[in-house]
Design a protein around this ligand. Structure first.
Ligand code: GTP
Ligand code: MG
Length: 198
C-alpha cells in the first residue's frame, strides 16, 4: 500500500468526543503494551505518529489517524492493565463500547496478541464481543522477533489451537508480525485493504 499521507485527526477521551462516522475505518486493539501503536507506525512508515510507550496503558484515548484522505486508522486504548489508575479503567469500557457499537463505518478490527503468550481471558472476551457485533477480526501475533525461529512456528500453532477452542472460527489464520523487522507487514496491508475495499 502506498501511504501518501498519514496525519493525526482526533483523540477522544470520552464517548461524546468520538468524531462522527465519515470514512471507512479499521480499529486496532489489544492488551496494554502489546504493540498496537508500534504496529500502526510500521504500517504507515512513520517513526512516531502513533505514540508508543514503555509504560503500559499509555494510550488512554481513542486516536484517529487519517490515511491518504480516504480512510481512518483508529488506535484504541489497551485493556487488561491492572495498574492503570482506577478512574481510567472505569472509563475504558464505556468509551470503547460506545465507539464499537453501531459504528457503521467500521470495516474491521486488527486484534493484536503477543506471540510469546497464550491468549488471555481479556483477548478471548474481546474476540467474542467483536463476533457479537459482527466486526470481522484480523488477528495479528506480534513481537515475533522476540522468539527464536525454532520456537515461533510451534508457538503460533499453539495459539491457533487455543483460539480454535475458545472463539468462533476466524476469517483468516492469525498473522505473524514484527514491528522491529517488518515481518508480516505486506500481508497485513493486504487484509486491511480487503476490508476497506481500497
Ligand atoms: N521487539 C519488539 N518490541 C516491540 C514490538 N512492538 C512493540 N514493541 C515494544 O513494546 C512496547 C510497547 O509498544 P506500544 O506500541 O507502545 O504498545 P501499545 O499496545 O500501543 O501500548 P499502550 O498504548 O500503552 O497500550 C514498546 O517498548 C515497543 O518498542 C515488536 O514487534 N518487537
Ligand atoms: Mg499505544
Amino acid at each position: 500500500m502506498k501511504v501518501t499521507s498519514a496525519e493525526f485527526h482526533a483523540a477522544a477521551h470520552q464517548a461524546a468526543a468520538v468524531p462522527e462516522p465519515r470514512l471507512p475505518e479499521i480499529a486496532f486493539m489489544g492488551r496494554s503494551n502489546v504493540g498496537k501503536s508500534s504496529l500502526i507506525n510500521v504500517l504507515l512508515n512513520r517513526k512516531r505518529l502513533a505514540r508508543t510507550s514503555t509504560t503500559p496503558g499509555r494510550t488512554q484515548a481513542v486516536q484517529f489517524y487519517l490515511i491518504n484522505n480516504r480512510f481512518f486508522f483508529v488506535d484504541l486504548p489497551g485493556y487488561g492493565y491492572a495498574r492503570a489508575p482506577i478512574a481510567l479503567r472505569a472509563e475504558w469500557g464505556p468509551l470503547v463500547e460506545s465507539y464499537l457499537t453501531g459504528r457503521a463505518t467500521l470495516r474491521g478490527a486488527v486484534v493484536i496478541l503477543d506471540v510469546r503468550r497464550l491468549p488471555a481471558d481479556g483477548d478471548i472476551e474481546l474476540l467474542a464481543y467483536l463476533e457479537r457485533l459482527s466486526i470481522p477480526p484480523i488477528v495479528v501475533l506480534t513481537k515475533a522477533d522476540k522468539l527464536p525461529r525454532g520456537r515461533l512456528m510451534a508457538q503460533c500453532k499453539e495459539i491457533e489451537r487455543v483460539l480454535a477452542e475458545r472463539v468462533a472460527p476466524l476469517p483468516d489464520p492469525p498473522l505473524t508480525f514484527s514491528s522491529t523487522t517488518g515481518l508480516g507487514k505486506d500481508t497485513l496491508w493486504r487484509r486491511i485493504r480487503q476490508r476497506l475495499d481500497v
